[in-house]
Design a protein around this ligand. Structure first.
Ligand SMILES: O=P(O)(O)OC[C@H]1O[C@H](OP(=O)(O)OP(=O)(O)O)[C@H](O)[C@@H]1O
Ligand SMILES: O=C(O)c1cc(=O)[nH]c(=O)[nH]1
Ligand SMILES: [Mg+2]
Length: 192
């Protein structure tokens, strides 16, 4: 899929939002990609996951033992990636603030993990999720995401293959432009 085709999918289901958003990192932005709306259609979610799987070089794809994603945003795309690769898909949660496996999920010692995210902006959530896999005994060999909002700038410490690169501006709390500050802010994500 080309970048334009992927963005057309987002636009077609009103998932490319404009307004004033507080992101997971605490930064502010006039744009938000609401991946849950894109993924609410199972056929579209499957198509996107298969396109994303094609972004992973074959030599890495062939090594993946299991797929893991950080809830909530990574959950559906992680599940569909598991289907695309024919691997189990588990998810990390952070009810007390730190990602870990729950619900009886466990990783074989040394298992090679593909991390799957919906969006990467600063990469903070991804790095926390990658660390969590290490604590659980696995090794993240690569990450994929539907969207890289850092436009290729982020360093996750593992090879990273997004479906699309986008660079929407984001601002620290004390640098929000007046035009943006004038719009009531919403915080769509679930990090507290
Ligand atoms: O690269 P970052 O700056 O960390 O931002 C990206 C993260 O933010 C969103 O999750 P969020 O924490 O909003 O929670 P959710 O997945 O539960 O919606 C998104 O799903 C990524 O996990
Ligand atoms: O950085 C984020 O929290 C974020 C940005 C975005 O565009 N979409 C999203 O789901 N999360
Ligand atoms: Mg998330």
């Amino acid at each position: 899929m080309t970048d334009e085709e992927v963005l057309a999918e987002f636009r077609s289901c009103d998932a490319l939002l404009e307004g004033h958003f507080k992101l997971s990192s605490g930064r502010h932005s006039g744009h938000y990609l609401q991946c849950a709306r894109v993924l609410m259609n199972a056929e579209r979610a499957g198509n996107l996951a298969r396109a994303l799987a094609q972004k992973i070089p074959r030599e890495i794809r062939n090594k993946v033992d299991v797929v893991i994603s950080p809830a909530m945003g990574g959950l559906i795309i992680g599940h569909e990636m598991g289907r695309a690769l024919g691997k189990d898909a588990m998810f990390l949660e952070r009810p007390e603030g730190t990602f870990h496996l729950r619900r009886g999920f466990a990783i074989e010692p040394g298992a090679r993990v593909l991390m799957v995210e919906d969006v990467v902006t600063t990469g903070l959530s991804s790095r926390e999720a990658i660390e969590a896999v290490g604590r659980e005994g696995g090794e993240v060999i690569a990450e994929v995401a539907l969207v890289d909002r850092s436009a290729g700038e982020v360093d996750l410490g593992v090879p990273f293959f997004p479906l699309i690169d986008i660079s929407f501006p984001s601002y620290a709390e004390d640098e929000v432009p007046d035009e943006l500050a004038a719009i009531p802010v919403t915080k769509p994500g679930s990090r507290s």
